[in-house]
Ligand binder design. Structure first.
Ligand code: FUL
Length: 484
């Protein structure tokens, strides 16, 4: 009996010893604001399309005055499935449609106005472009988003309280009747001259207070809790401060939104960089157009951005940790023009050619330090092709280096890094070196990483690449190193 007790006791001791060896090293605590699940899903979309289509397409204008007759709106070959299938093939994940632009014409039959598609000859007044686009998105697996201009140059009561109610009623129509909406785009352009029901005058609104945004957003959230709100000042996504298609090379996803509002002057630079100590997670979205204008103009058919230019925009948006929102305006037929389609296809081909084969995947990766020396934070996680595993150091460390050994020499053109931003954005500065002729040579450096940072380097043939995180807000937490 004694023997049995002694035997069981030693088994217990061994079990305890094993379990104490296996005590999990705790993950780094999140630092600063972090993305919520909706924002994280948005980061992962990477490329979305904007679609500017309305009466302006038929008047050759960028901003309709508000007095345009709905009779002008008559696409002859409208095909939302052409738009969405082209976008899908080019790698886009979502679509944001101008359901109503500043001229006030509605692309859906609205109960609250006659200035809409129901009054147009299109499909004998029975057409609904919003529905067709939302259905096409559903069919092809893209997410659907809504642009609804707060500024309305058609409405007689624009500037009065009743207009805000009208605007909210229209949002209710869109959010109740057209399926899930991933993003709601609030345009900053506001006030000025317009038709205003025949008044033909100048109207100014108090930008900070007129729309009473908190009430509107709460109302929309009650209908669709998952929607993300975009505006100059968030709350969920911020404007990048320019319409040329680039975010600053130093790009913090954090910013303090409570002092920002659409039209506030002098905030463009801040929107382009964010702030390292911002109180909210509010990433920049980079919106720009494939043509000089937002709407289709035949005179711009030969000014469609080339695949190489689109690639550069990709590098300066997605490659700097933002999401790209590229506008493609359908033409008067109601189709994406052949030149735009060709350019999108060429752009997609460049992305595939340049980023299709990650040379670092499965390579050997080592680090100057690994959190708790634990396998779950090892450098191998950087090259395992899984965004949800990461390398991290101990809490006190804010500078560390990583080495990727490719085995054989390979030609490198791009270096791509990704932070595990679910635990906050951390890295402040880093450099990249390649081993050449028996020594390390700096080939690139940068500041922030965030969701993704891509650096183009002068092509170099090397078997080893070293990344040094020189400074970080807290211990670095990096999920991916890719080499192309
Ligand atoms: C601006 C608008 O005034 C342009 O027409 C366009 O819609 C662009 C995306 O936003 O503020």
């Amino acid at each position: 009996m004694k023997k049995i007790i002694r035997y069981s006791f030693s088994i217990l001791l061994v079990a305890l010893a094993i379990s104490s060896c296996q005590t999990k090293v705790p993950a780094p605590a999140a630092i600063g604001p972090v993305p919520d699940a909706r924002q994280m899903a948005w980061h992962e979309m990477e490329m979305n399309a904007f679609i500017h289509f309305t009466i302006n397409t038929y008047t050759d204008k960028e901003w309709g005055f508000g007095d345009e007759s709905p009779a002008l709106f008559n696409p002859t070959n409208f095909d939302a499935e052409q738009w969405v299938s082209v976008l899908k093939d080019a790698g886009f994940k979502g679509v944001i449609l101008t359901c109503k632009h500043h001229d006030g014409f509605c692309l859906w039959p609205s109960e609250y106005t006659d200035h809409d598609i129901a009054e147009s000859p299109f499909e004998d007044g029975k057409g609904d472009i919003v529905k067709a686009v939302s259905d096409a998105c559903h069919k092809f697996g893209l997410k659907f988003g809504v642009y609804m201009s707060p500024w309305d140059r058609n409405r007689a009561d624009y500037g009065e309280a009743s207009y805000v109610e009208y605007y909210r009623n229209q949002l209710k129509e869109l959010f109740n009747n057209y399926g899930p909406v991933f993003e709601m785009w609030f345009d900053g352009a506001n006030g000025g001259d317009g038709y205003y029901g025949g008044a033909n005058e100048m109207r100014k609104i108090e930008r900070q207070t007129y729309y009473d945004w908190p009430t509107t957003l709460k109302m929309v959230h009650e209908i669709q809790p998952e929607v993300l709100f975009f505006s100059d000042g968030g709350p969920d996504l911020r404007w990048v401060g320019n319409e040329q298609g680039h975010v600053n090379a130093t790009n913090w996803n954090t910013i303090t939104t409570d002092t920002l509002y659409a039209g506030k002057s002098g905030i463009e630079d801040l929107l382009g960089t964010g702030s390292i100590d911002g109180k909210e997670w509010c990433p920049a979205e980079v919106n720009t157009s494939i043509r000089p204008g937002w709407f289709y103009h035949q005179s711009e058919d030969d000014k469609v951005k080339s695949p190489e230019v689109l690639f550069k925009l990709y590098m300066e948006s997605v490659g700097r940790g933002s999401t790209m929102l590229l506008n493609i305006p359908p033409d008067r037929r109601g189709l994406f023009h052949e030149n735009d389609v060709a350019s999108l296809q060429g752009f997609h081909k460049l992305i595939e050619e340049r980023f299709g084969n990650d040379l670092a995947k499965g390579a050997s990766a080592t680090a100057s330090e690994t959190r708790g020396d634990a396998a779950e934070y090892a450098a191998a996680n950087l090259v395992d092709g899984n965004k949800n595993t990461y390398w991290a150091t101990n809490d006190a460390t804010t500078a560390a280096s990583l080495e990727i050994d490719l085995g054989d020499a390979k030609e490198i053109h791009f270096v791509q890094l990704e932070e595990y931003i679910q635990l906050g954005q951390r890295v402040k500065t880093f450099k990249v070196e390649a081993f050449e002729n028996g020594q390390w040579k700096e080939i690139a450096n940068g500041t922030t990483i965030g969701y993704r940072r891509i650096l183009q380097v002068d092509p170099i043939t090397t078997s080893k690449v070293k990344i040094t995180i020189e400074d970080s807000k807290a211990c670095p937490v990096v999920s991916t190193v890719s080499l192309f």
